[in-house]
Design a protein around this ligand. Sequence first.
Ligand SMILES: Nc1nc2c(ncn2[C@@H]2O[C@H](COP(=O)(O)OP(=O)(O)OP(=O)(O)O)[C@@H](O)[C@H]2O)c(=O)[nH]1
Ligand SMILES: [Mg+2]
Length: 317
Amino acid sequence: MESESLKIFLCHASEDKPEVRKLYLRLKEAGFEPWLDAMNLLGGEEWRLAIPKAVREAGIVLVCMSQRSTTKEGYLQKEIKFALDVADEKPEGRTFIIPVRLTRCDIPERLRTWQCVDLFEEDGYERLLLALVSSSVGSSLVAPPTPQLIQKKICMLGSFGVGKTTLVGRFVQGIFLAKYLTTVGVKIDKKQIKIHDQDVLLMLWDLAGEDSHSQVQLSYLRGASGYLLVCDGTWSESLATARSIQQRVVGSVGEVPFVLVVNKSDLMDNWEINAAELEKLQAEGWKVKMTSAKTGEGVEDVFQMLTEEIVRPPSHR
Ligand SMILES: Nc1nc2c(ncn2[C@@H]2O[C@H](COP(=O)(O)OP(=O)(O)OP(=O)(O)O)[C@@H](O)[C@H]2O)c(=O)[nH]1
Ligand SMILES: [Mg+2]
């Protein structure tokens, strides 16, 4: 996450530890700062003191439960009570607790006022990420939220290795990530921009790229206002993959604004994608833009272009 990550306290019973540990690792990958006693407690630190401190410092508490744990009396119950007390001190309307069901089970009475997420459902994890991202607005913003601020979710889609993560790194942090570290699952970042005097907070969902073994997980597109379809100018096959992804997006979520990003424009000597091919796509109505995450060429423009497309009323597109 940009600037400061959202701190997430994972409240759970020992029976659910293996499941919760998996959730902890996924949330860490996604750019959050989860807190799980087994992972975060330093040896010798007094856990009875450390836990209330961690709950108080958390931006959000996930109360993880299952059939196994909801019937059990014990520390989980104490943690829930403590989290509820802290929640009482939070400003009205602020999401502080999200009950998370790991398996189908009854939700304890006192947690029923909070919107629950079912992790066992097929798109449970994506729903949880959405809830976390919307609740983190205000906790780690570039500027304090204003009533004029609108929030838009944008996904980065394309083949593996085309530069999705590097483009986000250039745009958000202004740096070039030379080392290739493939993205696992999803990584979320934020950046606030201005479009015609309108402040827009972009939630950037950088997804794992597509390869011969795995397709882009389109369930992550839920709630997205638009996407950057990235290909690598030095690799013509990545354009074919981009076209195939775009068709699948239309088939699964319908027409969503997008811009085709032809990245690595600094490597013109090894260029494979020809201009005629791109002109053909433009003639079909595609928005196409060349970028280099290395030099920064076109990077700001492409995010700006997509956001303009998103905030413009559909009749003006
Ligand atoms: N020369 C050059 N290299 C780039 C550019 N953009 C990305 N790269 C390099 O390409 C490699 C892959 O970049 P990533 O951003 O990790 O690619 P990705 O699309 O996120 O890949 P996956 O996460 O595996 O889907 C890295 O070594 C980057 O440094 C660019 O514009 N120019
Ligand atoms: Mg990546």
